[in-house]
Design a protein around this ligand. Structure first.
Ligand code: NOJ
Length: 584
């Protein structure tokens, strides 16, 4: 067992050599999406090019080399379209325009092509369940009478009760509170109600209307024609509603929920797949699908539907070996029959940052239980987040990285109340802390805010306050430190890209103690994660490729992952033992 971390493979390579070595960026690789590393950019908080304190496309364009050096294959942009930003851009007013605070359509086109020239593909976010209340369709609907064709694109209904004062049904918004808002007639009297599964500024579209279907297919083509390699589909399991709008049964049977996971959705995605497949080079569809039933989940991934969907089960799990193993096994088992690759996601712009999550006594994640003021051991959380990153990156499938995850940023839990703007916070009356804490602008350089997020001489402050402690976590500081989270991510992605054993779709579990996850990929690659509270003796016959902590004396300490090269052949792996010290 060697004691040192192997040579640093993270040194930036030239674009040409990068493309040659790439299994994700090559133009000829039809299968790039099956193993890709996809970096999520929340534009408002990535980098501010014009100094107004809000991230923008100029900021992204200036930082593309950072993403090349990190080693990603694609970028997914959260919505960058014209929007009042009532829900951070998931309230789209015009799909064919960029929000002026982010830039222009011209700049978006340049960005897509500059990234592509650097070997990085672009994925845009499509939000089909709802539009902004400022979208021309909804404005026209409000200006038209009940029963008009303009209203038929949405879910307008008269209220119940004598004066129509009661909501058409008792559905609850995903952002808490009622899913219905009442309109006003031109004479000021109360009018019909409209449905919104999210905020009142996000009216739900009626997907049985042909205009709604045709418009979204046209939007897909609009962005595919501009060179994007794929789309991420927001709230993909919610579009279709039972037109009778019945109450939600206490325990709906599969396919019988009136607003989630309805069988009619599959036909919509088959049509979208046909649009994607009508392009000569591969364009992919990625679903945002939160469903507890994994069999129902993978139905969306049949060969003529979506290419992949986010696997949120893993990130919702606590830091516990049995639970994570169950998640890995059930994910891979459910994906295999449909031939779709799994996805691995530790964070995104909706969930508590992993460093914070894993530093809390209950390290599982659920929107329903998210509360402010939970005691957090950030040091422990960061150590586990490093281990989780290496674990996920070794699993078969594609990998998503949310901006700032590679810096080990923690959730900012003490933002000034006047800055909080997430509807989850506002609509819950503050009971839910909301998602602003994982959306704070990135720290790039320097010792104080804006930490290089905005250029020198900026006129605006970052739109959410950056904590002073992030001085230690800037890209600049971490680049200098070979032990930093950023250095770990660079090495990890470099090895993941070039290691032949990480290309197949399988893993084989190896004998280990209960609190240890050990598996092999390909001929010689092993990954071992220690979730116990004692060290593991790494077996003889293995050399260390990379570890989330310093490994000395052949011992892998608790809350750590190591990638190993096995000198024995795969049939002998069964004899490798990953025992905890003094344990079985
Ligand atoms: C899921 C998105 O990730 C989230 O940010 C958004 O608020 C909802 N969908 C509604 O669009």
């Amino acid at each position: 067992m060697t004691d040192r971390i192997l040579a640093d493979t993270s040194a930036p390579r030239s674009t040409a050599s990068r493309q040659a070595a790439s299994h994700g960026g090559s133009d000829t690789d039809e299968q790039w999406w099956r193993r890709a590393v996809i970096y999520q950019i929340y534009v408002r908080s990535f980098a501010d090019g014009n100094g107004d304190g809000i991230g923008d496309l100029a900021g992204v364009r200036a930082r593309l080399q950072y993403l090349v050096d990190l080693g990603v294959d694609a970028i997914w942009f959260t919505p960058w379209y014209q929007s009042p930003l009532a829900d951070g851009g998931y309230d789209v007013a015009d799909y064919r325009a960029i929000d002026p605070s982010f830039g222009s359509l011209d700049e978006a086109e340049q960005l897509i092509s500059e990234a592509r020239n650097l070997g990085i593909r672009t994925i845009v976010d499509i939000v089909p369940n709802h539009v902004s209340d400022q979208h021309p369709w909804f404005r026209a609907a409000l200006a038209s009478a009940p029963g008009s064709p303009e209203r038929a694109r949405f879910w307008f209904r008269p209220g119940l009760g004598e004066d129509g004062n009661e909501m058409p049904n008792g559905w609850v918004s995903n952002f808490s509170g009622p899913a219905w808002t009442r309109t006003q007639n031109p004479d000021g009297t109360p009018g019909e109600w409209y449905l919104h599964l999210f905020s009142a500024q996000q009216p739900d579209l009626n997907w049985s209307h042909p205009d709604v279907r045709a418009e979204h297919e046209a939007v897909l083509k609009f962005w595919f024609d501009r060179g994007v390699a794929g789309v991420r589909i927001d709230s993909a399991a919610l579009l279709v509603k039972d037109p009778a709008l019945p109450e939600v049964p206490a325990e709906p049977r599969p396919g019988e929920h009136p607003n989630t996971d309805r069988d009619e959705l599959h036909e919509i995605y088959r049509r979208w797949r046909a649009v994607a497949d009508s392009y000569p080079d591969r364009r992919i569809l990625v679903g945002e699908i939160w469903l507890p039933d994994i069999e129902r989940f993978t139905k969306y991934l049949r060969p003529d539907e979506l290419h992949t969907a986010f696997n949120f089960d893993f990130l919702a799990r606590p830091w516990d070996a049995a639970s994570l193993r169950t998640s890995i096994d059930s994910t891979l088992a459910a994906h295999a029959p449909v031939g779709a690759p799994a996805t691995w996601v530790l964070s995104n712009h909706d969930v508590t940052r992993p460093v914070t999550r894993y530093g809390q006594e209950d390290s599982s994640f659920a929107f329903a239980t998210k509360r402010a003021g939970t005691p957090t051991n950030v040091e422990l959380g960061r150590r586990r987040a490093r281990a989780a990153a290496l674990l996920c990156a070794a699993l078969p499938g594609s990998l998503y990285i949310y901006q700032g995850e590679e810096l080990g940023l923690d959730e900012v839990q003490d933002l000034p109340a006047h800055q909080l703007q997430d509807p989850m916070y506002l609509r819950s009356g503050g009971a839910d802390p909301g998602r602003d804490g994982c959306r704070v602008p990135l720290p790039w350089a320097g010792r104080c805010s804006p930490f290089g997020f905005s250029p020198a001489g900026a006129t605006g402050e970052p739109w959410l306050r950056q904590p002073d402690r992030w001085a230690e976590l800037t890209v600049e500081a971490q680049q200098r430190d070979s032990g930093s989270m950023l250095s770990l991510y660079r090495r990890m992605l470099g090895i993941r890209r070039s290691h032949a054993d990480l290309r197949d779709d399988h893993l084989r579990w190896l004998p280990s103690a209960d609190d240890v996850l050990a598996f092999a990929r390909g001929e010689r690659f092993l990954c071992v994660t220690n979730l116990s509270n004692t060290s593991i003796e790494l077996p003889a016959g293995c050399s260390l490729i990379l570890a989330s902590v310093e490994v000395t004396g052949g011992l892998l300490p608790p809350d750590a992952t190591a990638w190993l090269h096995s000198e024995s052949n795969p049939t002998q792996h069964r004899t490798l033992q990953f025992r905890t010290q003094g344990g079985e």
